[in-house]
Design a protein around this ligand. Structure first.
Ligand SMILES: *Cc1c(COP(=O)(O)O)cnc(C)c1O
Length: 231
């Protein structure tokens, strides 16, 4: 196994330095260990060093939950696309769903929550800031209308922020434009809705420094913590 604790410390140090250089408060930035295609043992180890865990598939998370100690309360976030037929499972397995990208999905989640007498379940809206057709997420222009629809009829959900996956490129302008754009979009949505929308989930192993500098509050890191993923 790689040195997970050492890798987390190294990433934290870089997050800290990047935040301080921009006079941002490093305590507001949470590091998520993205454990997809890594073992339950590695995930458990990471949970001792990070405040959040991320998985991108419901099925894989379900298998891992079966072996997860009930005393370990590190929150799990769903960061991959949610198929509506997996919504019920996702609500059982995850503490937060970061990948809400349609009103239909929001409505299905809301209906299941209401059936179970749950409310205030935290979700983020995933936005496709780069326009890459392969990416999940709503178009930036559609994010506020989606939020308004959710506020109008999905009272089981609590929208707490926005999530994006940065463009797959070394072009710094394109990367920064995506992250700065998500922050701007959040500010616009905050004003329009009156919701605080505190969370900006952006930045992965290859681009988290730029994300920190643009105001990220959740950095989702897999490879830089666990090494390369298993197939
Ligand atoms: C896999 C994944 C990550 C982590 O990617 P790394 O490059 O390994 O850090 C972050 N966010 C999402 C949505 C992912 O699917």
């Amino acid at each position: 196994m790689v040195n997970i604790g050492g890798n987390v410390a190294a990433v934290m140090e870089k997050i800290d330095a990047a935040a301080r250089a921009r006079a941002l408060c490093p305590e507001k930035i949470k590091l998520m260990a993205v454990s997809k295609r890594h073992s339950l043992e590695e995930m458990l180890c990471a949970s001792e060093y990070v405040p959040l865990l991320g998985e991108n598939r419901v099925q894989e998370a379900q298998a891992k939950r079966a072996g997860w100690p009930s005393g370990n309360k590190t929150p799990w976030h769903l960061i991959g696309h949610l198929q509506r037929n997996k919504a019920r499972k996702a609500l059982e397995l995850f503490d937060v769903i970061e990948s809400v990208d349609s009103f239909e999905t929001a409505r299905v989640l809301d209906r299941i929550l209401k059936e179970n007498g749950r409310e205030g379940y935290p979700v983020y809206i995933e936005v496709n800031m780069s326009g890459e057709p392969s990416k999940n997420g709503v178009e930036p222009e559609s994010a506020l209308p989606l939020l308004e629809n959710i506020l109008g009829s999905c009272h089981g959900l609590s929208v707490e922020g926005l999530m994006t996956v940065g463009p797959l490129t070394d072009n710094e302008y394109a990367v920064r434009k995506a992250f700065a754009g998500l922050r701007l979009l959040r500010d616009i949505m905050r004003r329009a809705s009156g919701l605080p929308l505190p969370e900006l989930s952006m930045g992965m192993s290859g681009d988290y420094i730029a994300a920190v500098e643009e105001g990220s509050t959740i950095i989702r890191v897999g490879t830089a913590i666990f090494g390369p993923r298993n197939l």
